[in-house]
Design a protein around this ligand. Structure first.
Ligand code: AMP
Length: 233
């Protein structure tokens, strides 16, 4: 068994505003450490596309760029974290997004998931990606993703080899419904009002690590790996 499939990585929380690079970096961490990315946005979008009860409840809220209720999201996360592939660890992308969700996650990790006598599994590694506001707008409006493999591109910074086509599987790239200019503003406002307190919560408990997300993507990845190695040493 390779080192990466036998080592416990534990929970990793990636914080940052929409467009900060959480999705891109999560995919890299996932491939490097062989642990799943748990993106609440992706799970919600899947549910909307499938027309499930959860999707129906979330659809209009997401289209307005507002946050789905804590109850719905926490239940959804609980169900996902109980899957066997999360046993060695996972990357939370887009969760927790409110102070209530952060408190809920701590209580969960304390009670159910991780044995706190084993320090490598006890607490999430919390990393926030910081990006300049104007760059965020460019990143979000230029974002395109592959509906088949989920890889993310950008028409301003990270073009696919062939216009609007995924380099890996040839699918036609799509824009997210909530990446339109009129929805971006409320999403960034929701981040300022509801998600900033999450970072404050982790900062107060001495767990917040900030990474400059304005750096080249590979440099951001390198720093994240360094933090993970350092914390899980
Ligand atoms: P994202 O892909 O992370 O930007 O999320 C897209 C949308 O899904 C958000 O604008 C929210 O409407 C919803 N959403 C994602 N994660 C959460 C969460 N943790 N709490 C509440 N709503 C969420």
């Amino acid at each position: 068994m390779s080192q990466e499939t036998s080592r416990n990585i534990g929970p990793i929380v990636l914080l940052g505003p929409p467009g900060a690079g959480k999705g891109t970096q999560s995919k890299r961490i996932m491939e490097h450490y062989l642990i799943p990315q748990v993106s609440t946005g992706d799970i919600l979008r899947y549910n909307v596309a499938q027309g499930t009860d959860l999707g129906l409840a979330a659809k209009a809220v997401m289209a307005r760029g507002e946050l789905v209720s804590d109850d719905l999201v926490c239940n959804m996360v609980l169900e996902r974290l109980r899957q066997p592939d999360c046993k060695r660890g996972y990357i939370l992308d887009g969760f927790p997004r409110t102070a209530a969700q952060a408190g809920w996650l701590d209580a969960l990790l304390d009670s159910e998931f991780f044995d706190n006598t084993r320090p490598t599994r006890a607490w999430p590694i919390v990393i926030r990606l910081d990006v300049d506001y104007n760059k965020l707008l460019l990143r979000i409006t230029g974002r395109r993703s592959c509906p088949a493999c989920g890889r993310i591109y950008n028409v301003h910074f990270q073009l696919p080899r062939t216009d609007e086509i995924c380099d890996f599987d040839g699918s036609k790239l799509v824009s997210r419904n909530d990446d339109r200019l009129e929805v971006i503003q409320p999403r960034l406002a929701a981040y300022q009002e509801q998600t900033r307190p999450v970072a404050d919560y982790y900062e107060r408990t001495g767990r917040l690590i900030c990474v400059n997300g304005d750096q080249p993507m590979d440099e951001v990845t390198k720093q994240i790996y360094h933090i993970i190695e350092d914390r899980r040493a």
